[in-house]
Design a protein around this ligand. Structure first.
Ligand code: SF4
Ligand code: SF4
Length: 277
């Protein structure tokens, strides 16, 4: 999967849609019934590979059938990008998120590693790890929720730290926090996610696990959300055109070259960074 990413095929669909007589995206996929070979990648059944992404690809139809407002995508100087580039980046982000979820699951699920489900170990400098959550994902955890006026006015890395029962929040057992920016699960030193099965190393909610747990080590960074630039009608993003891979993960280190090649085939710059070390 790393050697044959879906995005080079997506670029061909996009080019055919813009330059060809096609009104809709679906008929273009019918043209992909022969194997496709590119310099570095081979796709024996490209139509079958593209079909699961049809809904994402249909976002391009807004180029010929403008309907709903496009998102606001800014370059790094905060200048708005044109509609084509904005849609291309949005499609890239969505498709990569879905493809990388499959790739991450193949690496992470079966290997029995639990590094991402634990708080910092004793010798680490960090005093907590944070797993960002969507509000609806908080129901997946049976642990205390801290949702107070004080928590909603601060963030986990702010100084002075939020106090819980008179002590810094990261000295309390694992809990869910409603911060100014988002919800998150806070794992203190030597803490563990309540959904981690300590003896087997498995996740007891694996099919329903939160978004963050679905792409723990390789994730798309083509776009970054920029809520402070939202308009009344349009959510704002900034174009980053990068792929992030977390170096703490043993599989990222092992597959470094393959991940770098995958990013380049997708037109993104690979960034390898430590998270927990
Ligand atoms: S929800 Fe599952 S995958 Fe996510 S941190 Fe907890 S145990 Fe790990
Ligand atoms: S370090 Fe890598 S293999 Fe281990 S749990 Fe995290 S993502 Fe999975």
């Amino acid at each position: 999967m790393l050697a044959n990413p879906i995005l080079p095929l997506v670029r061909i669909v996009q080019m055919l849609y813009i330059t060809g007589p096609f009104e809709r995206i679906a008929p273009i996929l019918d043209e992909f019934n022969e194997p496709v070979e590119m310099a570095a990648s081979t796709y024996p059944d490209p139509k079958a590979l593209l079909l699961p992404y049809l809904e994402d690809l249909q976002l391009f139809e807004q180029l010929k059938y403008p309907g709903q407002e496009d998102p606001l995508v800014l370059d790094e100087t905060l200048k708005p990008l044109d509609r084509f580039e904005s849609l291309e980046l949005l499609v890239t982000q969505q498709i990569l998120a879905r493809e990388l979820e499959k790739i991450n699951s193949l690496l992470c699920g079966p290997c029995g590693c639990t590094l991402c489900c634990l708080g910092p170990s004793g010798e680490m400098d960090q005093v907590f790890f944070e797993i960002p959550l969507h509000e609806q994902e908080t129901t997946l955890f049976s642990i205390p929720k801290i949702d107070t006026e004080e928590s909603r006015q601060t963030d986990p890395y702010a100084e002075p730290p939020l106090l819980v029962a008179g002590a810094p929040f990261f000295q309390a057992p694992p809990a869910l926090y409603h911060w100014k920016k988002n919800w998150s699960l806070i794992l203190p030193k030597e803490g563990a996610c309540p959904n981690l099965e300590r003896t087997s190393g498995g996740c007891t909610i694996y099919p329903d696990r939160p978004d963050t747990c679905r792409r723990p080590q390789i994730f798309p960074y083509a776009l970054e959300r920029l809520p402070e630039h939202d308009t009344v009608e349009r959510p704002a993003y900034i174009a980053r055109r990068k792929l992030l891979a977390i170096w703490d993960c043993p599989y990222v280190q092992e597959l470094r070259e393959e991940i770098g090649a995958y990013a380049q085939l997708c037109g993104l710059t690979p960034i390898f960074k430590w998270n927990k070390a």
